[in-house]
Design a protein. Structure first.
Length: 350
């Protein structure tokens, strides 16, 4: 069951990503030759108009094949379709097509967030408890206080407050916290303490969920997606700085394991709880995929955007042969990284 759920989640997220490319390609008059879910040999294919819609053997991945997208394919394009190739379009049209995939991932994350917020509400930045003698307690924070900001950063949900402390906390840090009590705003300063494992905390709990109206659902769904995008970027920063190790990075195997654990933990509380927890994971994965694809790495959407932006600035394209070579090398390195991450995932299971 875990494998089926994981494949379903991955499929929806990847399909929506590729659908973004598909919609903008069609809108810009680019001929889409195939829209595929999965990779490898074709299992099922339906030709509708000029596009083949297919499901392929390997359940991970997918693609939206556009006419003339490959560097060497223009010579093989029929004369009547020359103006419908990817490379025949203006640079900003091509940028919109490439950027649409990650943007649609953020839209999908927003849809999942709307489902969660509409059902259970959002986690309010209200203090539920402070440990007596702890940093938050000594700074004067008490149950019922509403956190308004930390170090000048506005707080809308409790998870934003918790994440800021996690990412920014150190033995030399002092947090300026603005909170509201009985309608009056106060400012206090809190120095976090090491919890013994290198993470810093202020010994405060909060985040009780509160229902909201339709406009509140839109507002807090936006903040939910923003939170996961920001968290992904900050986590990548920690990885680059060496603050996290390879053991902390998960690939498909690790994600499937996480989905399985979530499913097993939630199923005893009923179908709705399962759906809410899986939707929460889907927000994380969809936002993560969107951010990762915008990184300026060859073979990813972000790498292709770099070349397109260079073309827009220089007013002439980079050599397509050179660009193709860069993307090929980038793809090989990405595949090697994926093999390493999957090996690391499997090793952690035993």
């Amino acid at each position: 069951m875990t494998i089926i759920i994981a494949i379903l989640i991955f499929s929806i997220i990847i399909l929506f990503h590729e659908f973004g490319h598909f919609v903008l390609a069609k809108r810009n008059g680019i001929k889409v030759t195939e829209f595929a879910l999965g990779m490898g040999p074709k299992l099922i294919g339906i030709q509708k108009g000029e596009t083949l819609y297919s499901i392929r053997l390997l359940p991970f991945g997918g693609y939206c094949a556009m006419l003339g997208e490959d560097a060497a394919s223009d010579e093989e394009v029929p004369e009547g379709d020359k103006d419908r190739t990817f490379n025949a379009k203006g640079v900003w049209q091509r940028i919109s097509v490439v950027a649409a995939g990650p943007i649609f991932n953020f839209i999908l994350a927003f849809i999942f967030a709307m489902f969660i917020v509409s059902v259970i509400g959002y986690d309010t930045p209200v203090v539920y408890d402070t440990q007596e003698g702890g940093p938050a307690y000594e700074a004067g924070l008490r149950k019922g206080d509403v956190i308004k900001s930390i170090n000048g950063h506005d707080i809308h949900m409790y998870k934003e407050f918790r994440a800021y402390i996690l990412f920014e906390g150190s033995e030399h840090t002092s947090f300026e916290i603005v909170y509201e009590r009985d309608g009056v705003e106060h400012t206090t300063y809190v120095t976090p303490v090491d919890n013994g494992s290198g993470a810093y905390q202020i010994l405060l709990s909060g985040g009780e969920y509160e229902k909201t109206d339709f406009f509140g659902v839109l507002k807090y769904s936006f903040y939910e997606v923003k939170y996961w995008i920001t968290t992904t970027i900050q986590s990548l920063g920690m990885l680059v700085q060496g603050q996290v190790t390879a053991d902390d990075v998960s690939g498909p195997v690790g994600i499937v394991s996480m989905i399985g654990e979530t499913y097993q933990a939630a199923r005893e509380y009923g179908a709705l709880d399962v759906a809410l927890n899986l939707a929460n994971i889907s927000i994380l994965l969809s936002a993560n995929l969107g951010v990762m694809n915008l990184l300026p790495i060859p073979a990813l959407d972000g790498g292709r955007l770099v070349f397109l932006l260079l073309e827009a600035i220089r007013r002439k394209p980079v050599s397509r042969e050179k660009e193709g070579m860069v993307h090929t090398v980038g793809l090989m390195l990405l595949m090697a990284l994926m093999v390493f991450i999957m090996f690391n995932d499997v090793r952690k299971l035993f």
